[in-house]
Ligand binder design. Sequence first.
Ligand code: COA
Length: 323
Amino acid sequence: MAMAKHSLLVGFGGFLPDRVVTNAELATKLDTSDEWIRTRTGITCRHIAGPDDTAASMGAAAARKALDYAGLTAADIDAVLVATATPDQAFPATAVRVQAALGMTSGFGFDIAAACSGFIFALATADSFIRSGQARNVLVIGSEVYSRIVDWSDRGTCVLFGDGAGAVVLSASEQDDGIGILSTHLHSDGTLGDLLYVDGAVGQPEKSGHLKMSGRDVFRHAVAKLSSSVDEALASHGLTDADVDWLVPHQANIRIIEGVAKKLALSADRVVVTVDRHANTSAASIPLALDEAVRDGRIRKGELVLMEALGGGLTWGSALVRL
Ligand code: COA
């Protein structure tokens, strides 16, 4: 039976720069320790971009893998959406650079700025284009080089972040089989903008350009807002905690992830965790985690996946997907 158009997740890809920096290596340059970083955040190491790695180059690499997975080529893609807070240039958009890297001269691309929630916001946007019939196949990418915006002398922030890119391919379906993106739920509250921000940009070149954060306040908002966000997603479909097969959270801090998992009464083996090896890759973290768990066979077709993220803005949201 035919039903309204909706989006399937049909491809997954990830890219991580070669260079791995351990906590021990950071401790040779900063007044910190492996023990402090591990116990406060769950992070043991992170990948750091090389001189040639950019949001566009890493995004294109992740996109190629996602296209391969989907069995599609760039010619099949109608839109490229890139979530990033670390674009190569003010313009053209990173998405347009990715289009060019893939050899695309048709379709459209643009970037989405929602910091660490960017992938959820981009997924929601892509889903809307598909539901409205404006696109059939969409690449949704999160790609970040936070190593270029953190203050490497601020131990309170620089140890938390890493670089990388993740991508998914969405395809339109009219099949009435309950598979695909069930819904997305987006929020932002700009009155909390000063809790986590980058000090300046191309429009304010006199500023430092460094990431600034009130860690404790962000932590408190994260657990509360993510918990209400997952409740909102489940309630909108009459589902309960017990229906969730997998939580694929934004990977900021293992203690935030565990806080939300506990609220959902989900056991640790139902939560996809990469923060230990990737640290916080911002908009790239969810598609990187999805890619890993789909490829290693943990997440199977037909399972219910709940994604959630919170980031600078503050922005936060969730997506409920039956794979
Ligand atoms: N190594 C060693 N000590 C450090 C340190 C580091 N890398 N970073 C901070 N400290 C010190 C602080 O200077 C402070 O010392 P003081 O008490 O002498 O002033 C002490 O550790 C405690 O700092 P505090 O910031 O209160 O620690 P915390 O328990 O809140 O943990 C975070 C800090 C950042 C790990 C935690 O607040 C957090 O994870 N917040 C959420 C951040 C986040 O995920 N942001 C991104 C969301 S997308």
